[in-house]
Ligand binder design. Structure first.
Ligand code: 4AD
Ligand code: MG
Length: 461
């Protein structure tokens, strides 16, 4: 017979019908006569309880049903006698697919620390917490594609290997097939990349934006959603060396249109999580963060506060005594300043018009000659969740900015071509997928919202 998923079984009217379930044993308890086995198959946070009369099964089989083992159970679906579940299974047949030696299986019943679970990231999806997180992660990825599709955007797959540094920050991972022990060299001693696989220097991308812009100049509204890589040595709970980014890019959008889209998208995603992942959110809310669901609701109910960087500095400066890093106009905002603003306005904040000097070369220059049409969205606890801007569409202004920032213009000829042929006002932004996940799950560390985190000195699994 074909087996049923536990999520479906738990929502089935029990009439004593014969069903089969397959999954991993979470707990086994009982007495001489009866065993209660809780199994989980990942379809839901909830387990199904299997009741087995010990006399009906081999002693050795029962002994091998321990936490972590994988089993298939056939039996009657009945109303549960006990508390905590509506239905349970009375087992008639049990097959063990794989045992899990209790002496060595690391995930016993007791609560483990997040640090310990990171060391066993190959097994942590089998915990309630990570099951919940990864189901929510899937649902958010689906909702993102759904949101853009229904709003007339096209999904563009931008390259992972690139020859350009989109953010101009130089935090890239080199891609090469050269022998690092004896690379070919030019006469001046520098490495001769003309002999490398691509006959040029290449890296893992930090952003799909530049290629996204090319597509927006043809398809109107596009988005990318893929892995991006940053070799920044930031060992913080909010930075990964490999993270996923959602980057929409829209022709004919100015900065206000861009902000409207970003706010609408974030609210849609949070609402989607509340509508589709309540079991998992309730678990996380009860287990770790009693304010999680309330915080999610408050974000969708209230308009985000929009103000310029200069206005934000005017709010922050009088409070400098509270900050480790004092702010003044021109300073890059630190986490503590972002938190202060979000607390101050009691809602997510969109900051615009940053000083040009602290933002990327492609942002549209304001007439004041000092600021650019940037926007960052700041979220409670997370800080920056979105970074974006209106783009500079004027060829000469863009080139002079690139020169000032030492961006090699020759290599970017294809990007500059969009400003030579049919240029138009356009805008876009990048949402860090794991930052969104931090917000939606309430988890404290970005390493715990991606299955296999890559951070400085860590690329296990
Ligand atoms: O602000 P960033 O660097 O912007 C860009 O990359 C633009 N090209 C986006 C665009 O306009 N299309 O990064 C965008 C977002 C940040 O707001 C943050 O949420 C996330 O990406 N992010 C990171 N997430 C995890 N680990 C890191 N090291 C991150 N760096 C940025
Ligand atoms: Mg940024």
């Amino acid at each position: 017979m074909s087996h049923s998923y536990i999520k479906a079984l738990l929502n089935t009217e029990p009439t004593g019908q014969i069903v089969q379930a397959k999954g991993w044993v979470r707990t086994k308890r009982g007495n001489k006569a009866i065993s209660f086995i809780a199994i989980n198959d990942g379809s839901t946070i909830h387990n199904i309880q299997v009741v087995a009369e010990n006399s009906s099964f081999d002693e050795s089989l029962l002994k091998n049903i321990t936490t972590g083992a994988c089993i298939a159970v056939q039996g009657k679906l009945v109303a549960s006698q006990g508390q905590g579940q509506k239905v349970e299974m009375q087992a008639t047949q049990i097959e063990i697919y794989g045992t899990a030696d209790p002496e060595t299986f690391p995930l016993q019943k007791k609560g483990h620390t997040m640090e310990f679970l990171r060391d066993i990231a190959h097994l942590r999806p089998r915990t309630n917490t990570f099951g919940a997180v990864f189901r929510i992660r899937h649902t958010m990825a689906y909702a993102i594609n759904h949101y853009f599709h229904t709003n007339g955007f096209f999904y563009i797959h931008t390259p992972i290997i690139t020859g350009s540094d989109a953010e101009g920050a130089g935090e890239m991972f080199r891609v090469t097939t050269l022998d690092l022990n004896k690379p070919p060299r030019n006469d001046d001693g520098t490495i001769d990349y003309s002999q490398d696989f691509f006959a040029k220097e290449t890296n893992l991308t930090v952003s799909g934006q530049l290629e996204g812009e090319l597509a927006a100049m043809a398809l109107g509204k596009i988005y990318t959603f893929g892995p991006t890589f940053r070799a920044e040595n930031s060992n913080t709970p909010r930075h990964l060396a490999e993270f996923w980014m959602i980057e929409p890019e829209m022709a004919f959008f100015d900065l206000n249109d861009n902000m409207d889209l970003a706010e609408d998208m974030l609210k849609y995603l949070v609402r989607y999580a509340l509508d589709s992942c309540m079991d998992d959110l309730e678990f996380l809310n009860n287990m770790y963060d009693k304010e999680l669901i309330g915080r999610l609701r408050s974000v969708i109910e209230n308009p985000f506060k929009r103000l310029t960087y200069t206005e934000a500095i005017n709010v922050l400066e009088p409070n400098n005594s509270k900050f480790e890093y004092k702010v003044s106009w021109g300073a890059d905002l630190q986490k503590e300043h972002e938190n202060f603003l979000v607390e101050h306005f009691k809602t997510p904040v969109i900051l615009t018009d940053y000083p040009a000097a602290i933002k990327a070369f492609y942002m549209k220059q304001n007439d004041d000659g000092k600021t650019v049409r940037a926007m960052d969205i700041l979220f409670p606890w997370i800080g920056e969740i979105i970074g974006g801007s209106q783009r500079e569409e004027n060829y000469n202004k863009l080139v002079s900015r690139m020169q000032a920032m030492h961006i090699p213009e020759k290599e970017m000829w294809w990007y500059l071509d969009t400003r030579r042929f049919g240029a138009c006002p356009h805008s876009g932004f990048g949402l860090g997928f794991e930052r969104l996940m931090l917000f939606v799950t309430g988890m404290n560390n970005i390493r715990d919202v991606i299955p296999f985190p890559r951070t400085p000195r860590n690329a296990e699994f």
